[in-house]
Design a protein around this ligand. Structure first.
Ligand code: CA
Length: 228
């Protein structure tokens, strides 16, 4: 059971999505355009967003990009077009999954469950969680509770910000993070024009990780992604 925001301008489809999700026990709110969606997320952050690509005014891609500057909740995009470019674009602006219209409600609910399950798993091992489990990726071990990272037997000498970056990446494999989001995570709200600082942190982190550092890849025009 989760709080879900459905963003879809077609009223009938929006209502149908709401009904189906409520049957699953979710608490659903609805928006019919991008700006309203952004405002509603600010007011009360949902645990999952279902976001149509084609919206009047601010389109779904822009909404997704803006949400990703500040939020980590899963975003499932709905698109009428199934081309590869859509998939790549959607995932690179930070969507977690996408469905091509027309889709079955059963498929949508399955994807929704999968997305929420991933969040639950990440939450259990993510920073700020009581469990604070050690994350292992190959030779690398990242321990959120002690703020230590090791590669094989060797402890990595990471600054707190480098550690936070590494923890964020390994907690969210495959997810692209844009620079604005990383700035927000590392320095808080008030910093403008810190793109270069992010790049410098990533460069140092990569070099400290050795060959493993290559797994933190640059997403052209956006930011970075950890590819395990
Ligand atoms: Ca639409």
């Amino acid at each position: 059971m989760a709080s879900v925001l459905v963003v879809e301008d077609e009223g009938a489809l929006n209502d149908l999505l709401r009904a189906e999700l409520e049957t699953e026990g979710h608490a659903v709110r609805q928006a019919r355009d991008g700006r309203t969606a952004l405002r509603m997320v600010e007011e009360e952050t949902p645990q999952l967003v279902i976001l149509d690509w084609m919206l009047p005014g601010l389109d779904g891609l822009s909404v997704c990009r803006q949400l990703r500057q500040r939020y980590l909740m899963p975003i499932i995009m709905l698109t009428a077009r199934g081309e590869e470019v859509d998939r790549v674009l959607g995932l690179e602006v930070g969507a977690d999954d996408y469905l091509v219209k027309p889709f079955s409600m059963r498929e949508l609910l399955a994807r929704t469950r999968a997305a929420l399950r991933r969040v639950e798993l990440e939450g259990r091992r993510g920073a700020g969680n009581s469990a604070q489990e050690v994350i292992a990726q190959g030779e690398l071990r990242v321990d959120p509770s002690s703020h230590r990272a090791t590669m094989g037997d060797e402890e990595l000498a990471l600054t707190p910000k480098e550690f936070d970056l590494l923890l964020l990446f390994v907690s969210n494999p495959g997810r692209a993070f844009n620079r604005e989001f990383l700035i927000e995570r590392l320095w808080g709200h008030d910093y403008e024009g810190f793109d270069r600082a992010v790049d410098n942190h990533i460069r140092r982190l990569r070099s400290k990780l050795g060959d493993f550092g290559e797994k933190i890849t640059t997403v052209w025009g956006l930011g970075y992604r950890f590819v395990p």
